[in-house]
Ligand binder design. Structure first.
Ligand SMILES: Cc1cc2nc3c(=O)[nH]c(=O)nc-3n(C[C@H](O)[C@H](O)[C@H](O)COP(=O)(O)OP(=O)(O)OC[C@H]3O[C@@H](n4cnc5c(N)ncnc54)[C@H](O)[C@@H]3O)c2cc1C
Length: 387
């Protein structure tokens, strides 16, 4: 015996829930199949438990994709203002933290409670503890789970990326895309801390916990935010952002004192010496990092030329990270279902009518700051309105 619906959605994460609400409101009989014991688990752990649910400065440049234009249509048709209106309708208190990032005042459960209530009102059935094992297509889609079989003319894959396997990430979406002959842009961990090579780890990682305001560069990309030293390498917003662009084997350049001229104070000091240098660096870097930097970069003498080099080294710390810290620590998975395969208006596959991909499984990856959830809401809405 199989259960029949108008549409089946695989995954009750941000994108799947949102798509179901939109489709349910249009009278479709929708079931969401979710492998874990509750919907929206990633929403609950997001934003340090407060869910950075959108960003008011949501422009297409905040998204990485092989096709930089793909996300524009969905983002324009369901905007941060639309999501804010929904939050306000439910009386959820929120605030802007910095750089347009909106967080719940109380907790991320406000968001999951809201989405579950909207699902109930729209008549959506959420089936938890229901792992999708196999999908077949005849005249309709047949989904085999651990317990039951489901059938529908429409299937939406909203099963997310590979990040954080311990809360339910699986390769289901990519496996299904391959099975149905859709191209995939190679996946990689993104918004992820970077592990330093042994030599650099030995030199800096005992400073774990120290942070500094930096600008970090790779290729043509740069981010000016804070950087945190960890026991394995580097993290903090600047590093998480650049990690989405960094390619293994390529160098990172870090300006440890953006827009500052540190050595002028040494030049002007009564005596140019290590004490004057330490005093000057302390005004710019946290004490432990200032001390360590000078221990490792102290000039042979205090000539103008040596001071120039000291200044330049500080603005051009160049290192080649050993690797990222992998999917276990990554906030998102970059790459995914090739956008050439999908309609930018509806997220439906060109090759397989009735098959949709939304959210993180698609090759659209937001910067840090609420953009990934906005993509989940916008792509979910685009598909939900087309079912
Ligand atoms: C620690 C952390 C913090 C984050 N904080 C933020 C933030 O503050 N703001 C922001 O914008 N983004 C944040 N993100 C990113 C954001 O959570 C994701 O981009 C977003 O959740 C993607 O939504 P999705 O619906 O595509 O996938 P997911 O939310 O991952 O949902 C996919 C669902 O599919 C289910 N599933 C997988 N395989 C199967 C299967 N075989 N059968 C049935 N179900 C299956 C999973 O259990 C999951 O519930 C954070 C991510 C992490 C890891």
């Amino acid at each position: 015996m199989s259960r029949k619906f108008d549409a089946i959605i695989l995954g009750a994460g941000a994108a799947g829930l949102f798509c179901a609400i939109e489709a349910g409101k249009r009278g479709r009989r929708v079931a969401i199949l979710e492998l874990s014991d509750r919907p929206g688990k990633k929403i609950l752990i997001s934003g340090g438990g407060r869910c950075n649910f959108t960003n008011i400065h949501c422009t297409p440049e905040k998204f990485i994709s092989a096709n930089e234009h793909f996300a524009k249509s969905a983002l324009a048709r369901y905007t941060p203002a639309d999501f804010i209106a929904l939050i306000e309708k439910h009386g959820i208190p929120y605030h802007e933290k910095t750089l347009g990032q909106l967080f719940c005042d109380r907790a991320a459960t406000d968001i999951t409670t809201m989405l579950e209530a909207e699902c109930r009102d729209a008549g959506v059935q959420i089936l938890v503890n229901t792992r999708t094992k196999e999908v077949q297509k005849t005249t309709e889609f047949i989904v085999e789970t651990d317990s039951e079989e489901f059938r529908a003319p429409v299937l939406v894959v909203a099963s997310g990326g590979l990040s954080i396997p311990k809360i339910g990430a699986t390769s289901l979406g990519y496996d299904l895309a391959s099975k149905f002959g859709l191209k995939i842009v190679k996946t990689r961990p993104a918004l992820v801390p970077l592990a330093l090579a042994k030599k650099d780890r030995r030199a800096y990682c005992d400073l774990s916990g120290v942070s500094a305001a930096v600008t970090v560069f790779t290729g043509h990309q740069s981010f000016r935010e804070s950087m945190l030293i960890t026991h394995k390498g580097l993290s903090g917003p600047a590093i998480l952002q650049i990690s989405s662009y960094w390619e293994k084997g390529k160098p990172l350049r870090i300006d440890l004192a953006p827009d500052r001229d540190v050595t002028s104070a040494i030049r002007e000091a009564k005596t140019r010496n290590a004490a004057a240098a330490r005093a000057a660096f302390l005004g710019v870097l946290p004490k432990r990092l200032a001390d360590r930097w000078l221990d490792l970069h102290e000039p042979k003498s205090w000539t103008n030329q040596d001071l120039e080099k000291l200044e330049s080294d500080l603005h051009n710390w160049t290192l080649v990270p050993a690797d990222t810290e992998g999917y276990e620590k990554a906030e998102v998975t970059a790459g995914g279902v090739d956008t050439d395969e999908l309609s930018s208006k509806t997220m439906e596959s060109h090759k397989v009518p009735g098959l949709f991909f939304i959210g993180e499984v698609v090759d659209v990856t937001g910067h840090l700051g609420g953009f990934n959830f906005q993509w989940a809401w916008s792509s979910g809405a685009a598909a939900g309105r087309a079912l």
